[in-house]
Design a protein around this ligand. Structure first.
Ligand code: ATP
Ligand code: MG
Length: 234
């Protein structure tokens, strides 16, 4: 089996900007508002990783992982691909902490990718319930990101986290969301911002950070039944 160095997204233009895709050994962040195809992009990477014969641990903190969506993206190769995607479903922030802390036990030989989708959703629930604990929870989020960055480097796998940001804040989140985003951005080696456009099927992806990047570069992506593809800027 050839040694993979990159996991492509299969969006031609985005892969070009990322010099081939997400690097093994690096921590990537995909962030953006609701329904900007963050999960779809992460799923697409898991499918491509499986296509190269490597396993993915998909940590679904939102409960949105859909086998139907996976089969649409899996190019008619669902059976083989599904075998290589292992699903974990923490239901509260404590369980997420447990899964993240014990990642090295899950990651046996043959893993290429870990996805955490969405890393901030259970954290948000916890903060909404216990606002007095927000400093402690921020510290915990920071600790998880530091550990994930270390795992990516030491295990030579790609780690991909997604995070949702909201354009309109409610009272509880107004103070915490910028803090969480700062924490996530601090640890990420690769940062991609997903933004909606006037056309609900077109998402603008901006690579804000990657190795040796001078300035952010954007491309348009089209979302449909088969997943995400490039959509040339006209
Ligand atoms: N089978 C499909 N065909 C066409 N569009 C789809 C299909 N499945 C999902 N979509 C669309 O893709 C868009 C992005 O979905 P996705 O779940 O990837 O977004 P997300 O950024 O992860 O959202 P969230 O912030 O809620 O987690 C949605 O607008 C959804 O309607
Ligand atoms: Mg999602």
């Amino acid at each position: 089996m050839a040694v993979v160095q990159k996991i492509p997204t299969n969006c031609k233009e985005l892969d070009k900007i990322l010099d081939g895709g997400f690097s093994l050994g690096e921590l990537g962040l995909i962030y953006g508002e609701a329904e900007t195809a963050k999960t779809t992009l992460a799923l697409q990477c898991a499918v491509n990783c499986a296509g190269m014969g490597y396993k993915t641990l998909f940590i679904d903190c939102d409960g949105t992982f859909s086998t139907r969506r996976l089969s649409q993206i899996a190019y008619g190769n669902f059976g083989k691909i599904a075998e290589l995607i292992i699903l974990a479903r923490p239901t509260d922030f404590k369980e997420q902490m447990f899964v993240v802390d014990n990642l090295t036990n899950y990651l046996t030989k043959g893993f290429g990718l870990v996805v955490i989708d969405t890393i901030t959703s259970l954290y948000r629930v916890e903060i909404a319930e216990k606002p007095e604990k927000r400093f402690q929870l921020n510290r915990e989020l920071n600790r998880q990101m530091a550990w994930l960055a270390q795992i990516a480097r030491t295990q030579k796998i790609a780690v991909l986290v997604t995070s949702q940001v909201r354009s309109v804040f409610d009272e509880v989140l107004v103070n915490i969301e910028p803090v969480a985003t700062r924490v996530l951005k601090f640890w990420a080696d690769i940062i991609i911002a997903m933004k909606p456009t006037e056309n609900p099927r077109i998402i603008k992806a901006t690579v804000e950070k990657k190795q040796k990047m001078v300035q952010p570069v954007s491309c348009n992506l089209k979302i449909d039944e088969t997943g995400l593809q490039e959509y040339p800027i006209r």
